[in-house]
Design a protein around this ligand. Structure first.
Ligand code: GLY
Length: 562
């Protein structure tokens, strides 16, 4: 672990154990609910709902607001996925994942000996994918929103132009990346306090970002992918030795995709299809889990943790081989999410012994025929929106686009730069996710909506790279199987396993000593204490017609209902 990563880890451990800004109970509302990673963004969403906007208007307003108040992850320099459930019963998804630049190629992060150089895909100008957020949010609004685009983007512009007060944790987070921001004049200008560190209560004013958002307000995506902002992006890339062209920006396109559908007992699961692995991983896990007959009291038992981690290993093994951008690789979606395949996996799991070396991605010939931010919104009519966006690492590439005021992502690291080499999340990949021009990199983002009787009952998602998948699955099981209330389901400790490395990580107070010793007896390798995801979720009490929101205690977000 680098010193920087280590100090960030210590910071989060400190915050996690000493501070809680979020409510300890589910927040309720009868007319609407917005849950996001920042209070000001959630307030923007609620104000849009109160003005008569629908859930899509609110979600788009929240997305742009997060780009201002949550530069750690919310940003117009990244991309994401949106799942929508309309009150008429239809579902759809919007894919605004970043793409590889046209001059990207499979060897771009290898040296002359063919060795992978991780720093190239994770840091600096060639780690940047072509951003999709502006196009995606605008697309969703134009097609499904009710208010004018101006009305939904104006609150973000005001927050950028007038500034907002940094809370303690935000000042500390920015300060913890001070050295990295100082490497680039454009980043130092925006994300240091005139070259110094921030204090609690300092005002963060982002005038360049306000001007960029103003251009988007006037011209829509053309205000970002062409003209002044596009020129700034290409100039910045060129100056630092990058490869982004005007053609890359002009050719960026949003894809509306058919959602993935699965079921878990009486519930219908609506998930994101590839190029995210999230929907497949969530549905596949729940399918396998359906084969178990757990008693309620088993939550947290060594038996439960054993099965959970054995399931996680198998879905991550499949992710490593079978999932990539469907425009470039034929993903066997139907098989992966079939109940039949899940039964085969279930039957492989031993009651008594963990497996790792013996787990490989599934061989389907045996059968005929798995830093970021999330927000969840529901309106009074039952329209529900689940959005996860990312710039990948904390503050993405740490490079602010000069004169445009936003941070670029470092999403290229989500490709498999070399088969078998882990990316920053330790995830390994293969041919399905190799780098190709204009291809979308594989994601773990898992925006999810669960329906019961065709109506939303859960809307959720999380940031956290590979831990997105394992967080979302555990919260789903906590509610749908163990019957926890939404706040409890989100806050109780989680575990994480992603097959490689063979390591069962867990949260503080997550595993008691006797559970650990039982797991060791079953040959599990106990890993590190760490934070596993930060979930933003809404539960709908269909009988009482009340919305309950929960923002994860691991973060500093906010659930607001009305
Ligand atoms: N950048 C994290 C993900 O998309 O999975």
């Amino acid at each position: 672990m680098s010193m920087r990563t280590f100090s960030s880890y210590l910071f989060f451990i400190f915050i996690f154990t000493h501070v809680s800004l979020t409510a300890d109970y589910p927040v309720s509302g009868k007319n609407g609910m917005v849950v996001s990673a920042h209070r000001l963004a959630s307030e923007v969403g609620i104000s849009i709902l109160k003005k008569g906007g629908n859930a899509v208007d609110a979600a788009v307003g929240v997305g742009f607001a997060l780009a201002v108040v949550y530069p750690y992850a919310g940003n117009i320099g990244g991309g994401g996925f949106m799942i929508l459930h309309h009150s008429d019963g239809t579902n759809t998804s919007v894919d605004f994942r970043e793409t590889a630049p046209e001059f990207a190629h499979p060897e771009m992060y290898l040296n002359e000996n063919g060795e992978y150089l991780p720093s190239l895909s994770r840091e600096g100008i060639i780690s940047i994918g072509i951003p999709g957020s502006v196009a995606g949010l605008h697309y969703a609004h134009q097609k499904y929103g009710k208010l004018s685009f101006e009305e939904v983007i104006l609150p973000a512009i005001a927050l950028a132009r007038n500034g907002f007060e940094l809370e303690f944790y935000q000042a500390e987070l920015l300060n913890s990346f001070y050295d990295e921001f100082c490497k680039y004049e454009s980043s130092k200008k925006i994300f240091t306090n005139n070259g110094s560190k921030y204090k609690n209560g300092d005002l963060l004013v982002q005038k360049d970002l306000a001007s960029t958002l103003e251009l988007i307000k006037i011209n829509g995506p053309e205000g970002f992918y062409r003209g002044e902002t596009a020129d700034k992006i290409v100039t910045m890339s060129h100056k630092l030795g990058g490869i982004i062209t005007h053609g890359d920006l002009e050719n960026y396109s949003v894809i509306e995709r058919k959602v993935l559908k699965g079921s878990f007992n009486d519930y219908e699961i609506i998930g994101m299809p590839p190029p995210s692995s999230g929907g497949i991983a969530v549905i596949q896990s729940l399918n396998i889990f359906e084969n178990f007959d757990f008693a309620k009291q088993q939550w947290g038992s060594s038996n439960y943790i054993h099965y959970l981690s054995e399931i996680f290993k198998r879905i991550f093994a499949d992710r490593s081989k079978h999932i990539g951008d469907p425009e470039y690789y034929q993903v066997p979606v139907d098989v992966l999410i079939s109940k039949e395949y899940s039964k085969i996996i279930f039957n492989e799991i031993s009651d008594t012994a963990a497996s790792a070396e013996t787990i490989y991605p599934g061989d389907f010939n045996q059968i005929e025929s798995h830093e970021t931010t999330h927000y969840s919104v529901i309106d009074s009519e039952g329209n529900a929106v689940s959005v996860t966006t990312t710039i990948n690492s904390a503050y993405g590439s740490k490079i602010v686009c000069e004169g445009a005021g936003f941070l670029f992502n470092n999403e290229m690291d989500d490709f498999s730069s070399k088969p078998g080499e882990p990316n920053q999340f330790g995830l390994i990949g293969s041919e399905a996710n190799k780098i190709e021009p204009r291809k979308r990199m594989l994601s773990s983002m898992s925006p999810t909506i669960v329906l019961k009787n065709d109506q939303p009952i859960l809307i959720l998602g999380a940031p956290g790279g590979s831990t997105i998948i394992t967080s979302v699955i555990q919260v789903l099981i906590n509610v749908l199987h163990f019957g926890m209330d939404i706040k409890q389901a989100v806050d109780v400790p989680r575990i994480h396993h992603q097959w490689r490395p063979d390591r069962l990580d867990y949260e503080n107070f997550g595993l008691s000593d006797d559970v650990i010793s039982n797991l060791i007896k079953r040959k599990h390798i106990i890993g590190n204490k760490r934070i596993v995801g930060r979930v933003q979720a809404i539960f709908v009490d269909q009988e009482q017609n009340v919305y309950f929101g929960a923002s994860d205690k691991r973060g500093f977000g906010s659930a607001i209902g009305y």
